[in-house]
Design a binder for this molecule. Structure first.
Ligand SMILES: Nc1ncnc2c1ncn2[C@@H]1O[C@H](COP(=O)(O)OP(=O)(O)OP(=O)(O)O)[C@@H](O)[C@H]1O
Ligand SMILES: [Mg+2]
Length: 252
């Protein structure tokens, strides 16, 4: 088993004249949290869409779990254990928590009917053990629209982990979240690490990325302009480097 869960070698993706992703070499280790930083238009979302099968690369190779993946589709990416958690879209607002956890993967009994009791029990267990929801106000029957933005993403992350996602991708998950919700979301990301899985965490906010990531990758105009292990660099040093990239477009 190779040390990388995901590996992208010299990957290119253009839209007309725009090289959204240009000769990218990018990897995610097993049980690694990678923070992806970069300005608007740097190519972050395009990179993610290449990993999730939404776009196909023009050239280059992508390996996942030591297998070369060509012509990946969204469904195949999901089957491989690549899950993207979106702020919106992710959950059915009018439905209770337990339905959201098992949406599309309902547990059935031996007659092929939905096993509501077991799904609710499993939801209660997940809430306590994995989501850390201790509030008695939240139960398996709570309707999702009453949850905060951070809690909703926590539900989506928990669901992904429960269904054996290997790589969880969060594209700007803290956007529009309050301070306390952001902190909660960070705890959920830490859960991904604790459960032995990997994560790509995209955020404009360097503080968020630094606090959860093992490694930070900086994108600039479609290429990787810098890469740091958070254990090797202080937040001040990272900020200093980011300013330099912003001013000169390079780290040197
Ligand atoms: N489907 C598309 N068609 C045409 N151009 C695109 C498409 N998707 C992205 N681009 C262009 O590719 C470049 C990279 O865009 P991308 O969305 O990957 O950036 P980003 O880093 O996610 O930015 P943001 O921080 O604003 O989300 C931009 O110049 C963008 O306009
Ligand atoms: Mg984006």
């Amino acid at each position: 088993m190779g040390e990388n869960l995901l590996e992208m070698n010299d990957v290119n993706k253009s839209f007309g004249d725009v090289a959204a992703v240009h000769n990218i070499n990018f990897r995610v280790g097993r049980n690694e949290i990678v923070g992806l930083l970069g300005d608007n238009g740097a190519g972050k979302s395009t990179l993610i869409k290449l990993i999730t099968g939404y776009h196909q690369p023009d050239t280059g190779e992508i390996f996942f779990d030591d297998q070369r993946i060509d012509h990946l589709t969204v469904a195949q990416a999901r089957a491989l254990g690549i899950e993207t958690v979106y702020q919106e879209r992710a959950l059915a607002e009018q439905q209770p928590l337990w339905r959201n956890i098992f949406m599309g993967r309902e547990l059935t009994n031996r007659y092929g009917l939905m096993d509501v009791k077991r799904m609710k029990q499993e939801t209660d267990r997940l809430m306590l053990e994995s989501m850390g929801f201790t509030s008695t106000a939240v139960t398996a029957d709570s309707v999702i629209k009453t949850f905060s933005g951070g809690e909703k993403q926590g539900v989506a992350i928990t669901r992904a982990l429960h269904f054996k996602a290997e790589l969880i991708i969060l594209d700007e998950p803290t956007m529009g979240l309050s301070l306390s919700e952001t902190r909660k979301l960070m705890d959920f990301v830490a859960d991904i690490k604790r459960q032995g899985k990997s994560c790509i965490f995209i955020d404009h906010n360097i503080f968020h990325v630094y606090s959860v990531a093992d490694r930070v990758v900086v994108l600039d105009r479609g290429t990787v302009s810098g890469e740091f292990y958070t254990k090797d660099i202080t937040l001040d040093q990272l900020m200093e480097k980011m300013y330099r990239v912003a001013e000169t477009g390079s780290l040197d």
